[in-house]
Design a protein around this ligand. Structure first.
Ligand code: ADP
Ligand code: MG
Length: 305
């Protein structure tokens, strides 16, 4: 349900921390965590791990900020809460009404944000009364401000509801949204190194790689897993030995230009389809004549990334 299990190299401490968090929530506590790191560092991979390990005992609520919805107040919160709205009736009337108005279920003046926050907290507590709840909020940098305000508010008030909230935010892009999560414990992801980085590189470079070349590739990518997996793709050992050249924009900029080169070699219809898919932040793009997505509503969480 949450994608294939990827063997993660060099994240033992991080996995242990996620395991600890999950077990304390299973035991009746609540907990929150913000995972930070540059693009490609493995934030989504850690959330996927958390989702996979939480099942089947936990209910998993997993969403991701959508860049094209970043200016729509409450769009992210709507994505998050929509599957739980069956519990709305259990909330105190002012909270019920605040959430209903925020989501356009009933008319009324713009709701008090404090009440929307309390309502969301109550809703999570209601849902978690049946079984522990693992909330995974990816791509915080693309959440609308109102939603990240509310989700940060809720995460800071968790007590003993059996709710976990794990956020993932891209360094350098999350800006103000990261500020909205102030006060929560932070896990900062840096590059993988040493044996782990070499093992990761070996998964994409066939044959034996000269240890010196290997170390240089790791150094040039800063141990960024995405860069380690993508940059050597299609390169011969001799090309790899020559290195990637100066990395003015860092490993991720290199990966982007690498993708651009690979894209330019694809047939024109394939490139057009990829352009359409890239422009469709909700992930519902389909080739003409292809099957319709099962739901066109904004409440459908995007699939694992
Ligand atoms: N520690 C790791 N070991 C192996 N593969 C990894 C590791 N971390 C990330 N990856 C892989 O690298 C790619 C980028 O990771 P991802 O989680 O999407 O990064 P982010 O969400 O931080 O941008 C994915 O293909 C992921 O499976
Ligand atoms: Mg990600």
């Amino acid at each position: 349900m949450f994608g294939d299990t990827v063997q993660l190299h060099g994240r033992d401490d991080e996995l242990r921390e996620l395991d600890r968090l999950r077990e304390s929530v299973r035991g009746g506590q609540s907990a929150a965590l913000v995972i930070r790191g540059e693009a490609g560092m493995g934030k989504t991979a850690l959330l996927r791990y958390a989702a996979q390990r939480a099942l089947p005992d936990f209910r998993v609520a997993r969403i991701a900020g959508v860049e094209s919805e970043a200016e729509l107040p409450y769009a992210g919160l709507h994505q998050f809460c929509a599957p739980m709205l069956g519990h709305l009736d259990a909330l105190a009337e002012p909270q019920q009404s605040a959430l209903s108005v925020a989501f356009g279920l009933t008319g009324g003046a713009a709701p008090d944000r404090f009440l929307v926050g309390l309502a969301t907290l109550s809703l999570l507590a209601e849902v978690a009364a049946a079984r522990p709840l693992m909330c995974l909020i990816d791509d915080v940098q693309w959440l609308d401000a109102a939603s990240s305000d509310i989700l940060g508010f809720v995460a800071r008030r968790l007590a003993a509801e059996s709710v976990a909230m794990v956020f993932a935010a891209r360094d350098g892009a999350a800006g103000a949204n990261l500020g909205r999560l102030t006060g929560l414990p932070v896990m900062t992801l840096s590059g993988v190194s040493g044996e782990d980085a070499r093992a990761l590189l070996a998964t994409v470079v066939p044959g034996r790689l000269d240890p010196g070349v290997c170390d240089r590739v790791v150094a040039e990518t800063g141990g960024n897993p995405l860069a380690l997996l993508e940059l050597p793709r299609g390169m011969s050992p001799a090309e790899l030995a020559a290195g990637f050249g100066p990395t003015a924009g860092g490993a991720v900029a290199d990966v982007e230009s690498h993708y651009a080169v690979r894209l330019s070699r694809l047939p024109e219809p394939t490139r057009r389809l990829m352009l359409l898919a890239a422009a469709d932040g909700a992930g519902t793009c389909r080739p003409s004549g292809g099957p319709r997505p099962s739901s066109a509503s904004g409440s459908r969480p995007p699939g694992p990334r």
